[in-house]
Design a protein around this ligand. Structure first.
Ligand code: C2E
Ligand code: CA
Ligand code: CA
Length: 476
């Protein structure tokens, strides 16, 4: 038993040794393969972003090379996902390899060999994201990219799609960013370029664009503002000011519009023109509006305590017009018991895109006594049918039409037409942004009901708004 046991153990050890050697060899081979895989793109074999990072680090260490001006050039393919789905991944990969080879050869043919030097070790084209490719070239300076050269580049890139356009929808967004003009180091150069080919969402298709530092900084500011909004709501950095709406005929107060203000610990004062769209884009608009609605209801309660039952209107962005938030408005309003003093300003766009579910939700809010006004009227594309369908009580004519009156005859006629039309639907009319006496006089003659604007008052903090209502409230 004993002997057998030893033999068995020896065999086992020998076997497992051999097994281990094989395993080790496999592991080594695998490691090489892994290294290759880590630094190159599996589908096309092109070097990837890891390789680029490694090359950039080497480049940066070499002080002689690091000071030479260069440019990161790249492009992002649009439509690749669709091709993947409709034609399969093999077709997409073949197309990629083909496009990229064509891109490089046409590009080097296009660019003057004397003015452009491929950087040693940087000549390869890197696939840094699934549809984004970049390469580094040495150029004398940023002026290398003259409008002429860029137009040629664009044409050349356009030509790459010959033979593919017929089979699929594919295009690109291209650009360049140069060192040292646009960035202090190569990592930043890459960030610039990625931002460039990602950020030009609505424009830039089929176009080769230079990196723009101002636009990039604006983009960075937007990103950090978006990231700060949720916290700022929680910290109570948002507040409201109230602008009186005044009777055109008597000058007495008829209501207030609540307008958001933000004094940020980080950015200082920011205009709602800037932060409202960012709150929409970052998905924070409902939370923000909910917070502002509470403040508006507080102000309405303050007015009510003083026997001044004027409507207070809150702006409702398109992003806040969704079932869950509309029912929250309903709950908050019902709890306050001030439904009769709350008005919501919505834009034409909201009415045009209104589903039956939203229409029902808005009707429920009307039943709580909430009134509605159509904001910025004239700037959207709504027609009379849309307006009649919703039955808002108030129509606000946008400032841009009020600016030129009474001297701008076209706008003067337009404003009178809107007033007549709105009134024929039983709506009350508010003119926005009234700054001068002659505008007010013209509006009064044209039978406009209310005006809002600096002529009567700028937006006021709640205490001052209350004082204004007390002083001008009796004769509305
Ligand atoms: P809006 O709703 O059209 O608000 C009127 C804007 O015109 C306000 O700018 C107001 O201060 C300004 N204004 C009033 N009278 C005059 C005038 O006589 N002359 C001039 N030049 N301007 C005048 P504000 O407060 O900067 O708000 C700008 C926009 O931001 C608003 O336009 C609205 O679209 C949005 N907004 C402001 N507060 C809120 C809010 O609480 N929620 C939402 N969703 N949007 C808001
Ligand atoms: Ca408004
Ligand atoms: Ca408005």
């Amino acid at each position: 038993m004993m002997t057998f046991g030893i033999v068995q153990t020896t065999v086992l050890v020998a076997f497992s040794n051999r097994f281990f050697t094989i395993l080790l060899a496999k592991v080594h081979a695998h490691a090489d393969e892994m290294a290759l895989l880590a630094y190159s793109d599996r589908d096309t074999g092109f070097p990837n972003s890891q390789q680029l990072a490694k090359d950039i680090a080497e480049w940066t260490e070499d002080r002689k090379r690091a000071t030479r001006p260069c440019a990161m050039v790249g492009f992002r393919l649009e439509g690749l996902e669709t091709i993947n789905e409709t034609r399969g991944i093999d077709f997409a990969n073949a197309l990629l390899r083909d496009l990229v080879l064509r891109y490089r050869s046409s590009l080097s043919a296009l660019m003057d060999a004397k003015t452009i030097r491929k950087i040693e070790g940087f000549a390869p084209l890197y696939r840094v994201e699934s549809n984004t490719f970049v390469f580094l070239i040495e150029v004398p300076d940023r002026d290398f990219f003259t409008p002429n050269r860029m137009a040629e580049l664009q044409k050349t890139i356009d030509g790459l799609f010959l033979g593919y356009r017929e089979q699929s929808v594919i295009s690109f967004r291209g650009g360049f960013s140069s060192y040292p003009e646009d960035a202090g180091n190569l990592e930043q150069l890459l960030k610039n370029l990625l931002n460039l080919v990602h950020a030009t969402r609505s424009e830039g298709l089929g176009v080769f664009t230079p990196f723009n530092m101002e636009r990039y900084q604006a983009f960075l500011r937007e990103q950090s503002i978006k990231a700060a909004i949720a916290n700022a709501i929680w910290r109570g950095e948002f507040s409201l000011v109230f602008q009186p709406k005044v009777s055109c005929a008597t000058g007495g107060v008829r209501g207030f519009e609540a307008l958001a203000r933000w004094t940020s610990a980080e950015f200082g004062r920011i205009s709602p023109v800037e932060f409202i769209p960012l709150a929409e884009e970052s998905g924070n608009i409902a939370a923000l509006t909910g917070h502002l609605l509470d403040r508006a209801l507080e102000f309405a309660a303050l007015l009510a305590r003083n026997g001044l039952m004027f409507p207070v209107s809150v702006n409702l962005s398109p992003g806040a017009v969704r079932p869950d938030f509309l029912s929250l408005i309903g709950e908050k309003t019902a709890a306050s018991g001030l439904g009769g003093m709350l008005e919501l300003e919505i834009t034409e766009g909201v009415i045009m895109k209104m589903t039956t579910e939203i229409a029902d939700d808005l009707r429920n809010l009307k039943e709580l006594g909430i009134t509605f006004s159509i904001d910025d009227f004239g700037t959207g594309y709504s027609n009379l049918g849309d307006l009649q369908k919703f039955e808002a009580q108030v129509l606000k004519i946008d400032k841009r039409f009020i600016d030129g009156i009474p001297h701008d005859e076209k706008n003067a006629t337009l404003v009178q037409t809107i007033i007549r039309m709105g009134k024929s639907f039983g709506m009350e009319i508010v003119a926005e942004g009234v700054e001068y006496g002659e505008q007010r006089d013209f509006l009064a003659r044209s039978d406009c009901d209310m005006i809002q604007g600096y002529f009567h008052s700028v937006p006021l903090e709640s205490d001052n708004a209350l004082a204004y209502a007390v002083a001008h409230g009796g004769n509305g």
